[in-house]
Design a protein around this ligand. Structure first.
Ligand code: COA
Length: 137
């Protein structure tokens, strides 16, 4: 849960999607250092609900490996697309997701203001809007 909370500040939201999702973990020396949560949303679409890597293991390609695994899993389940959403302030995440091949498809204004109790600030940028990205499979 500590790792999942790095990818999503709301334990309430995590609890809601966790029970309907598959959880993939990345282990090093028997310890979980990365996590990726994938949910089958519709017949044709899967969504990555959460992805996080322990701070001391970042920038080693672990998130990329987890995302590529999630993409393969979605494809093997017969999905035609996979989605992922992040905040407007998630500059590094937007870089990573687009570099892998996700494309921005929509912006939900004030999503984080409406759904999260406490304000979220990343690198000095207020996180207010949700950016949704999609990759065709
Ligand atoms: C976002 C996160 C999962 C990335 O994990 P990671 O294992 O460090 O990512 P990777 O090493 O696989 O990065 C792959 C690429 O993205 C880039 N990247 C990743 N995070 C970045 C960041 N914050 N800023 C800039 N670039 C970043 C890497 O430089 C790398 O680029 P390259 O292929 O050109 O070398 C990790 O920073 C994290 O756990 N953050 C906190 C949780 C979070 O925000 N989750 C996402 C919620 S939407």
């Amino acid at each position: 849960m500590a790792l999942l909370l790095e990818g999503d500040a709301s334990e309430r939201m995590i609890a809601r999607y966790l029970q309907k999702s598959q959880v993939y973990v990345y282990e090093e020396s028997g310890a979980v250092v990365g996590v990726c949560v994938l949910q089958h949303k519709t017949d044709e679409t899967c969504e990555v609900m959460n992805i996080a890597v322990l701070a001391e293991h970042r920038n080693q390609g672990i998130a990329k490996k987890l995302l590529l695994h999630a993409i393969d899993s979605a494809r093997n389940r017969g999905c035609r697309s996979i989605e992922i959403a992040t905040g407007n302030s998630g500059i590094g995440q937007l870089y990573l997701y687009q570099k892998i091949g996700f494309e921005m498809v929509s912006l939900e204004l004030d999503y984080f203001v409406k759904n999260y109790e406490d304000p979220i600030i990343e690198e000095g940028i207020p996180c207010k809007h949700q950016v949704r990205l999609r990759m065709k499979l």
